[in-house]
Write a protein that binds this ligand. Structure first.
Ligand SMILES: C[S@@+](CC[C@H](N)C(=O)[O-])C[C@H]1O[C@@H](n2cnc3c(N)ncnc32)[C@H](O)[C@@H]1O
Length: 252
């Protein structure tokens, strides 16, 4: 699924032109992000924003929220920043960094929602810890979200989605929304660059919303789940968690 990124020329001058959007010292912003948008009522964090179609549309549709987008490939992120600048958006900022460092960038409970869109699947079991829905990542999301805070996750990759769902359940996140075909009845919500392409190709998009509860917090205090048999071609355990969700929904 990964699209190879060509090396962009003129990256530095382009970055300079968008300097107002780049937070070059995110550690110094820890606990103080909201000062960047005094009238704003919340902070939305997008992990792996890529070229930022979703980022710009989200910031435009939520003018009362500060949107922070993190991306570790500056050649992609510059396009996202230029999109924000071309639309004169004032409520969005970018971090050129790794999602593994969230604890250094954000204070406990500082973020209201985390968006993970079409993250890299890392299909081999030995790389499962790099998936943005792996237990160690979920623990860091738990730290920076308040109770009731949400992870909103979309992917075309159903094995990744099902694996993520089973990890979320083991970590005691409450799944409040789930679909395996988000756009079944026409386009829903804001699409990312990858999503628009997949949608045009007729591919199905999985989406879930996971909510942090007091149970999540309790689990996060315990030892981190060990990842075994986590290859995405190995379907063990996945259908069980999906069936559990469906039957809970029917009973509700
Ligand atoms: C498949 S692309 C999807 C881009 C965009 N979200 C979309 O849906 O169009 C995944 C993006 O996540 C970024 N990414 C992957 N792991 C990351 C990490 N640990 N920290 C920051 N960015 C990451 C990649 O560089 C890439 O741009």
């Amino acid at each position: 699924m990964t699209m190879r990124m060509r090396k962009r020329r003129n990256l530095e001058p382009r970055m300079e032109r968008c300097a107002e959007y780049l937070i070059s010292d995110p550690e110094q912003r820890k606990g103080k992000w909201r000062e960047l948008c005094p009238g704003c009522s919340g902070l939305l964090l997008e992990l792996g924003c890529g070229k930022g179609r979703f980022t710009a549309d989200l910031a435009e549709s939520e003018p009362q929220k500060l949107v922070v987008a993190l991306e570790r490939v500056p050649d992609a992120m510059i396009i996202a920043m230029e999109r924000a600048k071309n639309r004169s958006l004032s409520n969005v900022r970018f971090i050129d960094g790794n999602a593994a460092l969230l604890a250094a960038f954000f204070a406990p409970e500082e973020v209201d929602r985390i968006f993970i869109n079409f993250c890299d699947p890392w299909p081999k079991s030995r790389d499962a810890k790099l998936r943005l829905t792996a237990p160690s990542f979920l623990r860091s999301y738990c730290d920076i979200l308040p109770a009731g805070g949400q992870i909103l996750f979309k992917t075309d990759n159903t094995p990744l989605f099902d694996w993520s769902m089973s990890v979320l359940e083991k970590e005691k996140w409450q799944i409040s929304e789930l679909t395996h075909d988000l756009h079944e009845n026409g386009p829903v919500g804001i699409m990312t660059d990858y999503e628009a392409k997949f949608y045009a190709e007729g591919m199905k998009i999985n989406r879930l919303v996971a909510v942090k509860t007091t149970e999540t917090l309790g689990t996060a205090a315990g030892p981190v789940l060990r990842l075994k048999d986590a290859s995405l071609t190995d379907a063990r355990g996945y259908s069980e968690s999906r069936a559990a969700f469906e039957s809970r929904k029917e009973q509700a």
